[in-house]
Design a protein around this ligand. Structure first.
Ligand SMILES: O=C(O)CCC(=O)C(=O)O
Length: 251
């Protein structure tokens, strides 16, 4: 699905774009079944994949009701043929190519699992902090809701247009429970913040300098999303980034 010029302009101006219903229910079910089976330990994790537990579970502040209630995210699914099928979805990849060009690589892959009953919030941040390549305009984040992402369940929130502010300082938030690797921008004016509520299959494309984060899941169901970041072959940075263990050229 090539993006229209209007969609491309919206992305350039606002730093994000929602594509409703992009990923089919059957594909979401395959990803979800696989995720649940990996978390339950029904099959071995493929090379490089990691499961990260929620900090409240790690610190013993909550007793998870199941294995699925304990996990904050699954990282690095490049070697999992069921999950990595997401990075080859024709409509999705065509949309990404409309923004950053034809020759693209995946940089990172995650399933973000926000169980009910844990704090789970993610401070407002810019993803470029986690990447050592640029230019930023040639990188795009992709985030597809697997379950409803609402304000109640801790959907993503963004500050429209904030990708034009450059890279801002990030700190570890002074919250009681902060998940591993979560950094945030202090003293942000949140008056322009927008909550991006998505239904399963809806997909957010976002610029790596867009300030975004997510809240606590106060619902009684899981909020879960599958996500990758893609970069153009034109990107450059520290060393030979295309040969990184987790980087893949996308067909
Ligand atoms: O899914 C979430 O709650 C946070 C995801 C996020 O911040 C990201 O994809 O960079």
């Amino acid at each position: 699905m090539r993006l229209s010029s209007q969609q491309q302009e919206q992305y350039i101006e606002q730093g994000y774009l929602v594509l409703p219903g992009l990923i089919e229910e059957a594909a979401l079910k395959r990803y979800n079944d696989r995720f649940e089976s990996l978390v339950r330990g029904e099959q071995a994790l493929p090379p490089g994949m990691k499961l990260m537990q929620d900090v409240m579970v790690v610190k013993g502040a909550v007793q998870p009701a199941s294995e699925l209630h304990a996990v904050n995210k699954l990282l690095c699914f490049e070697e999992d043929e069921v999950l990595f099928d997401f990075a080859q979805h024709p409509g999705l990849m065509s949309a990404v190519r409309s923004l950053i060009g034809e020759e693209i690589y995946s940089l990172s892959s995650n399933i973000f699992n926000k169980p009910p009953g844990v704090d789970g919030k993610h401070p407002m941040h810019q993803d470029l902090r986690y990447f050592k390549i640029g230019p930023a305009d040639k990188i795009v984040g992709v985030w597809t809701a697997m379950f409803p992402a609402t304000r109640e369940s801790g959907c993503l929130a963004v500050i429209p247009g904030s990708h034009t502010r450059g890279m801002l300082e990030h700190e570890s938030p002074d919250w009681e429970f902060v998940n591993h690797g979560f950094f945030g921008i202090e003293d942000l004016d949140l008056s322009q913040r927008q909550h991006v509520e998505l239904q399963p299959g809806d997909t957010l494309l976002f610029h790596p300098l867009l300030i975004h984060g997510s809240g606590t899941n106060t619902s009684d169901h899981f909020r879960r999303a599958i996500s990758i970041h893609c970069a153009s072959a034109e990107c450059a940075g520290e060393g030979d980034w295309k040969s990184n263990r987790f980087t893949r050229r996308l067909p």
